[in-house]
Design a protein around this ligand. Structure first.
Ligand SMILES: NC(=O)c1ccc[n+]([C@@H]2O[C@H](COP(=O)([O-])OP(=O)(O)OC[C@H]3O[C@@H](n4cnc5c(N)ncnc54)[C@H](O)[C@@H]3O)[C@@H](O)[C@H]2O)c1
Length: 275
């Protein structure tokens, strides 16, 4: 039967890496009721690698602007640097968009305002953390403090320039060590690999200047652990997420792809559970 109320039928995938491929696989398996109208990646090889993981569908490779034009909902799962250009094209064609590179969205306040006036829906998935729904609800009444405590094993900090400047070698750390204590704005700058969780929290909550971030190197863990503490007029909550890496890309927590797939399902399906 034709679904007359649901207008989102076609998605466009921008970035065919780990997250883009997981989304395409979910469509391939029939787990999301949409079709993929087109895909784009700066590397055509990444698109070809993605195709090899699909059994039932063969979405077309197109230029970026054509992907956005071809779909009802564009999904950016590329990189922070690509966000502004993708955002501008989505606005030009009045297309709704999901952004995975939340750190890039933080720099696009002007485009967020423009999208609002044009009634273009912008979505940022919860990604690698739980608690965004509670933060959203708490904000309605007023939030006093948002704190993110991120705990990762030493190998997650390989090549980090901030630690190099401070003469900290993550591999020589043999006790749990706080290596950063500051604002989300500073953390986003100094720890780009941690950028998305801090950015998503900042956008959902009280902004990057007021959100506090603590980063701990823990040689005794194998997972990335994010703890969020929110205090407000509602009371206080604390969530802890222990993330396993994605099977395809150890830098990305598996929960991120899952949260995006479920967000797309929420957008296209009529049952919405949770805030
Ligand atoms: N919101 C969150 O919680 C969260 C968590 C993890 C990752 N992310 C972000 O999501 C994005 C995708 O993550 P991933 O694990 O799939 O990364 P990935 O490296 O596996 O895939 C990214 C893909 O984008 C492509 N790409 C790079 N620049 C591009 C451009 N300008 N235009 C089009 N394609 C381009 C790359 O070739 C690659 O295939 C990254 O920005 C990552 O930081 C967000």
């Amino acid at each position: 039967m034709e679904n007359i109320k649901n207008k989102i039928k076609k998605i466009g995938i921008i970035g065919c890496g780990n997250i883009g491929t997981e989304i395409a696989r979910a469509v391939d398996k029939g787990n999301i009721n949409v079709e993929i109208s087109g895909c784009y990646d700066i590397s055509k090889q990444k698109y070809e690698q993605m195709l090899k993981k699909l059994k039932n569908i063969r979405p077309e490779f197109m230029q970026l602007e054509d992907v956005i034009k071809s779909c009802d909902l564009a999904i950016e799962c590329a990189t922070k640097e690509a966000v502004r250009n993708i955002f501008e094209i989505a606005i030009k064609y009045y297309r709704d968009i999901i952004f995975l590179s939340a750190g890039g969205v933080l720099d696009c306040q002007d485009l967020i305002e423009e999208a609002k006036t044009k009634m273009i829906n912008i979505y940022i998935p919860s990604g690698a953390v739980v608690g965004i729904d509670g933060l959203d609800a708490a904000k309605y009444l007023g939030i006093k403090q948002v704190t993110l405590i991120t705990r990762k094993p030493p190998e997650a900090f390989k090549g980090n320039k901030y630690l190099q400047q401070k003469n900290i070698d993550p591999n020589k750390i043999n006790v749990e060590t706080v290596v950063f204590d500051g604002t989300a704005k500073e953390a986003i700058n100094d720890f780009p690999a941690n950028i998305n969780v801090a950015a998503t929290l900042s956008i959902a909550g009280i902004g990057p200047e007021k959100t506090k971030v603590k980063i701990i190197i823990d040689p005794f863990i194998k997972t990335n652990i994010h703890e969020i503490i929110v205090e407000g007029d509602f009371g206080r909550f604390r969530t802890i997420t222990e993330n396993l890496p994605s099977p395809e890309n150890p830098k990305t927590s598996y929960l991120t792809s899952l949260s995006t797939i479920v967000l797309i399902k929420k957008i296209v399906e009529p049952i919405h559970i949770g805030t």
